[in-house]
Design a protein around this ligand. Structure first.
Ligand SMILES: Nc1ncnc2c1ncn2[C@@H]1O[C@H](COP(=O)(O)OP(=O)(O)OP(=O)(O)O)[C@@H](O)[C@H]1O
Length: 843
C-alpha cells in the first residue's frame, strides 16, 4: 500500500476513533486554555525577540516594572523586559525561545491539534535547553546574552574541572549522542537509510538489518501507544515486541491500524529473537482490517511462514523429472513431426485460393429503412383490433427486420394467451397481409410477438453476410450462413453440429437459393482437402453448375462419369457407398482410438497414425439431395434405409446430410428420417400440415416466400431472411475454383456392395485374371489383410483395378466375401501354401 494511503487511512482511523478531535466538539475550557497557551507563547516570543534587539536598555528597566515614568523599549513593554531578562539574561539565553515554543505546543495539544509528538518534542527541547546555553557560553565566553547566566555558569564550572578541551569534548559528545539517539545515526542505520533510497534494495537491507527495523517498529509503537485509547494501549505495551513481530512480515499493519486488540493469548507468545516472531500465528491478534488489507496481511503471514521454514529446516527443492509417458508411436510421431513438420493436408493444393468476396454481387444499400407511417399504421391496427376483441395491451414495441417487423405486445393482466393466439387470422385479415405469424408467448421474453411483413423488404445479399466479421472470424467446423434474423442479426450455424439438415419449401419460395447459400458459405470457408460434396440432383438443373468444381470439392463413385448424380437409381449405389465409407471411417477411428473426425484428423496431422495401416486425412463429406421426394417416389425404401442409417450414425465420422424437398408430406419425410434430422429449415409451404411435417408446428405456411424462412434447431424456431445468392454469382464462384489446379479426379468413394447379380464376383476365370493377380495374392497372404485399399497403395493402383483384383482373389478362394467395413478374411495362411495354390490354379 502506498505510504500516502497508509497515512490517509491512519488519519481517518484516528478521526473515527476520536470523534472529539473535531474542533466543533471541543469543550469551551479546552478552547480557552489552548488559545491562552498559544497567546502566551506569542507574547514570550515577541518579548524575547525584542529583548535580544534591545537587551541592554531593557535590562536596565527590568526592575522598574511599576514605575510609570520609565518607558520600556520592548515590544511587549515592561512585561517583555522582565520576561527577556528572566529567561534570556538570567537563565538560558537564546534557548528561551524553546520555552516559547513549548508553550505553543502545549496550546496546540490542548486544542487537540497533533502537529507535534509531545514526548519527543519535549525530549528534544530539554536537551537543547541544557546544551545550547553551555555551548553558546563556551563560544561567546560569557559576552552578551546568548548563553544566559546559566549557560555561562555551567560552562565556567565545567571549564574549571575539565579544562577547555574537556569542555569542548563534553559538548561535542553531547551533540553526537543526541544525534545518534534521536536520528539513528549509527553506521548501520546510515547504510539502511541509503538503502531505503533505492526501492529495489529495501527488502535486502531490511533482512540484513533486523535490529534497525526493530527500532523503527518501536517508534511506530510509540506513536500508536500515544494515539490509541488507554484501554488499547495497555495490551500493546504489555505485548512488548509483538507488534514488532509483525513488522518485518508486514510493516504496515500496526502503522495502518491503530485500533489493535490483542487477546490474552498474546502474552504467552515468546519472541526469542527477531525472526522467530514471524512464526507466531496471527490468530492471537485480531485486527480491524478491510478485506483487501486482510489479504495483504495474509500474504505477509504466508511469507513469514516460508521464512520460518528457511530458518529451521533444510529446505530441499527437487525439480520433478519429466515423466516420459510417450509410447513408441508418440516418440516416433514426435520425431517425424520434428523432421517433416505437421502433416499438411492442404499441401497437394497448396496454392489454392479461396474464392474472393468480389465474386459475389453487391446489391447496394442494405440498410433497413424505417417507414414510420407503416409502423404507426400497423401498431394502431393491432391495438384497435385487439381492443375490439377485448384484449387490452399495456405495452407495444416494434423490431424491424429485413422482411418482417416484430410487434411485441404485453397484454394487460388477466388476458389469456390463447385468446390472442385465436385472433391470428383476424389480425391477418385486418392488416390485409400475408405472412402474419403470432408467437404467443415469445420464448424467454414474457411478451407476445406479432410478425408483420414489411411493405418494402430489404434484401439480404450473400456478399453482405459472407463479408461480415461473424462469418470471417468464425471457427465453426462447417459454417453455414443462412441470412439475417428478425432483429437484423447475421445468423450462422455449424453443419457439423446440426448434424443433418432437412429443408422444405414449396416451389419458387427460395429453397434452391437457400441450398446455394449453404454451399457458397462452405466453399468460402473450406479448403478442397477438407470438404467434399456428394450431390444428388434429380431435377438435373439446380446443382449441375457445381460440376465445374468436381476435381476440387466433389466426390463420386469409382465408375461414375458425372460427379453430380441425376439418376435416382445411381443414388442408391452412392448412398450405399457412403455407408461403406462411414463404416470404414468408423473402423479407422476405432483403430486410432478417436471419437470424432476432428480428433482423428488432428492425430493424423501430428503423424501419429500410419498411412501404411490405411489411415488418411478424412475430409468432411456433405451429401446434398435437392429433391428428396423424387428419390422416395422412385426408389422408396432402398433410399430411405441408407439415408436413415447415415443420418443416425455418420455425424461422428464427418458425413453430413442436407436433404431438401418440395413436398414435405409424411410419406416423403418419414418418422425415421425426421427423427434423425434435428435441424430443419422451412421456406414457405402450401399447408399447415406440411409445416407440421417439417417443423412439428404450423407457421411455415404463413411465410411470405422469397427466402423468408423458419429455422428449427431442435429447440426453438427462428424466423430468418435467407441470404440471396443468384445463379450467376454461384457460376462465378465455381468458375473461379474450377480454373485453379485441382486433384486428378473427384474424391473417389468406395465401391458400393451391390445385390445386383450382374455385379457379383462370379466364377474365377484364370485367363481373365489381372497381370498383378499373383503379386496381389502374395501381398494379401503375407499381410493377412484382404483390403482393397491396401492393394491400391501397395501396387499403386486405381480403386477400380484394385477392386477387380480383389474380386478375382475372392472368386479364386484366396480371400473371403465382402465384409462391410472390415477387411476380407484371408483363406490361405502362409506364402508356401499360396504358391502351391497358385500352381494348382495354373494347371
Ligand atoms: N433469399 C432470397 N431473397 C430474395 N429473393 C429470393 C430469395 N430466395 C428466393 N428468392 C426469389 O424467389 C425466386 C425463387 O427462388 P428459388 O429458385 O430458390 O425457389 P425454389 O423454392 O428453389 O423453387 P423450385 O423448387 O421450383 O426450384 C428467386 O428467383 C428469387 O427471385
Amino acid at each position: 500500500m502506498p505510504e500516502t494511503d497508509i497515512m490517509e487511512k491512519k488519519t481517518t482511523t484516528k478521526q473515527a476513533q476520536n470523534p472529539d478531535s473535531n474542533n466543533k466538539t471541543l469543550s469551551k475550557p479546552r478552547i480557552f486554555f489552548g488559545l491562552l497557551f498559544i497567546f502566551i507563547a506569542i507574547i514570550f516570543f515577541l518579548s524575547f525577540i525584542s529583548y535580544l534587539l534591545n537587551w541592554k536598555a531593557d535590562q536596565s528597566q527590568a526592575g522598574t516594572m511599576l514605575e510609570k515614568s520609565v518607558k520600556s523599549s520592548n515590544l511587549i513593554g515592561k512585561v517583555g523586559d522582565w520576561l527577556g531578562n528572566f529567561f534570556i539574561f538570567e537563565s538560558i539565553g537564546v534557548a528561551a525561545f524553546i520555552v516559547a515554543f513549548l508553550l505553543f505546543m502545549v496550546g496546540t495539544l490542548i486544542l487537540k491539534k497533533k502537529y507535534f509528538k509531545p514526548w519527543k518534542t519535549i525530549g528534544h527541547s530539554l536537551f537543547f535547553i541544557c546544551w545550547l546555553p553551555i555551548f553558546l557560553g563556551a563560544v561567546t565566553k560569557g559576552e552578551g546574552v546568548l548563553s544566559g547566566v546559566y549557560g555561562f555558569q555551567v560552562m565556567d564550572f565545567l571549564k574549571s574541572i575539565i579544562g577547555v578541551i574537556g569542555l569542548w569534548l563534553v559538548l561535542a559528545a553531547g551533540i553526537i549522542l543526541y544525534f545518534i539517539l534521536e536520528f539513528n545515526l549509527r553506521p548501520s542505520a546510515v547504510r539502511h537509510r541509503l538503502g531505503e533510497l533505492n526501492e529495489n534494495t529495501i527488502g535486502r537491507v531490511k533482512n540484513m538489518l533486523p535490529s534497525n527495523e526493530k527500532f523503527e517498529a518501536d517508534e511506530e509503537l510509540e506513536e500508536i501507544a500515544n494515539d490509541a485509547e488507554p484501554s488499547q494501549s495497555k495490551p500493546l505495551q504489555e505485548s512488548g515486541k509483538q507488534p514488532t513481530a509483525a513488522q518485518p512480515a508486514d510493516n504496515i499493519a500496526p502503522k495502518e491500524f491503530p485500533k489493535v486488540t490483542v487477546s490474552s493469548e498474546i502474552e504467552t507468545i515468546s519472541t526469542p529473537n527477531k525472526t522467530s516472531f514471524e512464526t507466531e500465528e496471527p490468530k492471537s491478534v485480531s485486527l480491524d482490517l478491510s478485506p483487501a488489507d486482510a489479504a495483504a496481511v495474509a500474504t505477509a503471514t504466508t511469507s513469514s511462514k516460508n521464512l520460518k521454514t528457511e530458518d529451521h529446516f533444510d529446505f530441499k527443492v527437487e525439480v520433478a523429472q519429466e515423466v516420459d509417458e510417450l509410447d513408441e508411436i508418440d516418440k516416433k510421431s514426435a520425431d517425424l513431426v520434428k523432421e517433416h513438420g505437421l502433416y499438411d493436408h492442404k499441401l497437394d493444393l497448396a496454392n489454392f485460393q479461396m474464392p474472393k468476396i468480389e465474386l459475389l454481387k453487391d446489391y447496394g444499400n442494405e440498410e433497413i429503412s424505417i417507414n414510420k407511417e407503416e409502423l404507426e399504421e400497423n401498431k394502431n391496427r393491432i391495438v384497435g383490433l385487439l381492443k375490439n376483441f377485448n384484449v387490452g395491451i399495456s405495452e407495444i414495441k416494434a423490431t424491424i427486420g429485413p422482411t418482417v417487423t416484430l410487434y411485441e405486445i404485453v397484454p394487460e393482466a388477466g388476458i389469456r394467451v390463447a385468446a390472442i393466439k385465436k385472433l391470428q387470422d383476424d389480425i391477418a385479415l385486418n392488416l390485409s397481409a400475408l405472412g402474419i405469424r403470432i408467437i404467443a408467448p415469445m420464448p424467454g421474453k414474457g411478451t407476445i410477438g406479432i410478425e408483420v411483413p414489411r411493405k418494402t423488404p430489404t434484401m439480404v445479399s450473400m456478399r453482405s453476410v459472407i463479408s461480415s466479421q461473424k462469418f470471417q472470424n468464425s471457427d465453426m467446423d462447417l459454417p453455414v450462413i443462412f441470412g439475417k434474423t428478425i432483429s437484423n442479426e447475421i445468423f450462422m450455424a455449424d453443419l457439423a453440429k446440426m448434424p443433418h439438415l432437412l429443408m422444405a419449401g414449396a416451389t419458387g419460395q427460395g429453397k434452391s437459393v437457400g441450398i446455394n447459400a449453404i454451399l457458397t458459405s462452405l466453399l468460402y470457408k473450406k479448403h478442397p482437402s477438407e470438404l467434399k460434396f456428394v450431390m444428388v440432383d434429380p431435377k438435373k438443373v439446380e446443382l449441375t453448375l457445381y460440376s465445374k468444381i468436381e476435381r476440387h470439392y466433389l466426390a463420386k463413385l469409382p465408375d461414375a462419369e458425372d460427379a453430380i448424380i441425376t439418376d435416382t437409381h445411381k443414388v442408391i449405389n452412392t448412398l450405399n457407398s457412403l455407408c461403406v465409407e462411414m463404416d470404414t471411417r468408423y473402423e479407422l477411428l476405432k483403430n486410432a482410438f478417436c471419437r470424432t473426425i476432428k480428433e482423428y484428423n488432428k492425430k493424423f496431422s501430428e503423424r501419429k497414425l500410419n498411412p501404411e495401416n490405411g489411415h488418411r486425412y478424412l475430409p468432411y463429406i456433405v451429401l446434398v439431395v435437392d429433391e428428396f421426394a423424387d428419390l422416395i417416389m422412385t426408389a422408396g425404401k432402398e433410399v430411405e434405409h441408407p439415408i436413415a442409417r447415415l443420418a443416425q450414425l455418420a455425424r461422428a465420422v464427418g458425413i453430413h446430410l442436407i436433404v431438401a424437398t418440395q413436398r414435405p408430406s409424411v410419406n416423403v419425410i418419414t418418422g425415421m428420417i425426421k427423427a434423425n434430422f434435428p435441424a430443419r429449415a422451412a421456406f414457405r409451404v402450401i399447408s399447415s400440415v406440411d409445416s407440421r411435417t417439417i417443423l412439428d408446428s404450423p407457421g411455415a405456411d404463413q411465410l411470405i416466400g422469397k427466402g423468408d424462412m423458419l429455422y428449427f434447431n431442435g429447440n426453438e424456431i427462428i424466423r430468418l431472411q435467407c441470404a440471396f445468392v443468384d445463379t450467376p454469382e454461384v457460376e462465378k464462384i465455381v468458375e473461379y475454383i474450377g480454373a485453379q489446379k485441382g486433384y486428378s479426379s473427384a474424391f473417389i468413394l468406395p465401391e458400393a456392395p451391390s445385390d445386383d447379380p450382374s455385379n457379383s464376383v462370379g466364377a474365377f476365370d484364370p485367363n481373365e485374371k489381372d497381370a498383378l493377380f499373383e503379386e496381389a495374392a502374395r501381398i494379401v497372404v503375407s499381410t493377412q489383410q484382404g483390403s482393397t485399399s491396401m492393394l491400391q497403395r501397395q501396387l499403386k493402383l486405381g480403386y477400380n483395378r484394385a477392386g477387380r483384383i480383389m474380386d478375382q482373389l475372392e472368386a479364386s478362394g484366396i480371400v473371403g466375401g465382402f465384409n462391410g467395413a472390415k477387411a476380407r478374411e484371408v483363406m490361405i495362411s502362409d506364402l508356401s501354401s499360396l504358391e502351391d495354390f497358385l500352381q494348382n490354379l495354373k494347371n
